[in-house]
Every structure is written in C-alpha cells, then in structure tokens.
Design a protein around this ligand. Structure first.
Ligand code: XBP
Ligand code: MG
Length: 232
C-alpha cells in the first residue's frame, strides 16, 4: 500500500450539520421560506453536491414552486460556501475519533495522503485549518475536489482524479468513505474501500466495502489491517 485516500464530509469529521446550517442560513438571508430539517436533509444527502442538492429540492413541495436558473443556484451556493467557512472558523468541529492518529501513523510509515471529496476546495481548507490548524496542502499531498470533475460521486471521477494526481494505481491505495455514494465512487475507480458510517449514513447499504468499522480508533483497526502502520 502506498497511499490512503480520504473522503471529507462524514469521514474525516461530522460536517453535515455545519453544511445544513450554512444552507439554512443562506435560505433565510434570501427570504426563501425554506428550512431543511434533519429528516429532510437525510433524504437530500442522497443527491451529492450542494448545487445539485438545491436543484433536487426545487422539485419538492417545500420549495413552493420556486424556479431558479443554474446561475442563481450557483450564486446561492457560493454564499452557502462562505457561510460554511465562517461556521468552521468559529471552531468546535472535531475530527472523528482515530482520524488524526491514523493520518499521523500513515505519514510516519511513509504513505502518501490524499482527499477525494464532493465538496469544494475552500471547505477542505476550512476543515484542515479548524481541525489541524494547518492548510490542506500541509496535511494532504493531493486534494481532488468535486468542483474539479465533470460528475460527482457516485461517479468515479473524483477518485480517478486523486489517483492521477498521486501518480498511483488503484491497487496501491485504500479509500475511506462514510456513504453509499462514496463507496460506489471509490469502487468505480477500482479502489478497495473501508467504511466508517456517519450520523447521516448509518443506514446506507455499503455493499462492496472491504470492511466496515464504527470509527478509525485503534481498537477497531484489527480487521482493517491498518494497525501495522503504528510503530508504538
Ligand atoms: C458530501 C456532500 C457535499 C456536502 C456539501 O458528500 O454531498 O455535497 O454535503 O458540499 P461526500 P457542497 O462526503 O460523499 O463527498 O455544498 O460544498 O457541495
Ligand atoms: Mg462523505
């Protein structure tokens, strides 16, 4: 194994409540009369990507027949991203248990580290600043983001882009995911994928995953083979 490739939302940290707050704050600022509840957001998360999620919601009753052009959706989503970054700057969002330790151990073992995410680069930066106090480029060697590829997860594009930037074959890497869409994306790129279900994805069907553990804490890593990365 030469590299680990991580999904961001739900895998590195439980970020979706911050995303939901950013969406709802943006909708309120525009007097849209929309508010996504936890239950609605669980359903909406089946559509990956914020812009795509807003587009999907326009077909719902709660959107009250609102019509929007792609440009209007993109402008609304830009504002949502700004709000998300501001929320993360407030601090208080932690990495999921075991993530920091595994990443440090992988570094120590000489593995390369990458991100393959549906979200956009500014949100990855905000997360690494919030959780590592470092820019994303200092934590990860490669970052492949949703706004850089034609098709978002479950399409394999973003994992293929990460592999291309790593200059490695899929068989040399392991992907980490929390959702069915993410697992499908990684499998489509030929990767083995391990899963840590998150609060919004625990009921997903993870067919095809190499293993499923509740978190990346050391005590759970025996079945994953990742324990060999730790020297102490
Ligand atoms: C996460 C997503 C993202 C975030 C919001 O999927 O679907 O859309 O919810 O991000 P994954 P943006 O963890 O599988 O990558 O609003 O920036 O698109
Ligand atoms: Mg995810």
């Amino acid at each position: 194994m030469k590299a680990l490739i991580f999904d961001v939302d739900g895998t590195l940290a439980e970020t979706e409540e911050a995303h939901r707050a950013a969406f709802n704050g943006t909708f309120a600022a525009h007097d849209l009369g929309w508010h996504w509840s936890v239950a609605e957001y669980r359903e909406l998360l089946k559509t990956t990507g914020g812009k795509e999620r807003i587009r999907a919601f326009l077909g719902w009753e709660g959107a009250q027949g609102t019509q929007m052009s792609d440009d209007e959706i993109a402008a609304l989503h830009r504002e949502k991203t700004e709000r998300y970054v501001e929320i993360l700057k407030l601090g208080g969002l932690d990495l999921r248990p075991g993530v920091a330790e595994l990443i440090e151990a992988a570094r120590g073992a000489g593995l390369r580290l990458a991100v393959a995410t549906t979200t956009s680069r500014p949100n990855v930066e905000a997360l690494t600043e919030c959780c590592w106090n470092r820019p994303a480029g200092e934590v990860f060697d490669v970052i492949a983001a949703g706004d850089e590829v034609a098709r978002k997860k479950p399409a394999p594009d973003v994992y293929r882009l990460a592999l291309e930037r790593l200059g490695l074959a899929a068989t040399d890497c392991l992907a980490f995911e929390d959702s069915r869409n993410g697992v499908q994306s990684a499998l489509g790129a030929g990767l083995a994928v391990g899963v840590t279900p998150s609060v919004y994805t625990e009921g997903d069907d993870f067919a095809g995953a190499a293993w499923i553990v509740s978190s990346l804490e050391r005590a759970n890593l025996d079945v994953t083979g990742l324990n060999t990365l730790f020297t102490t």
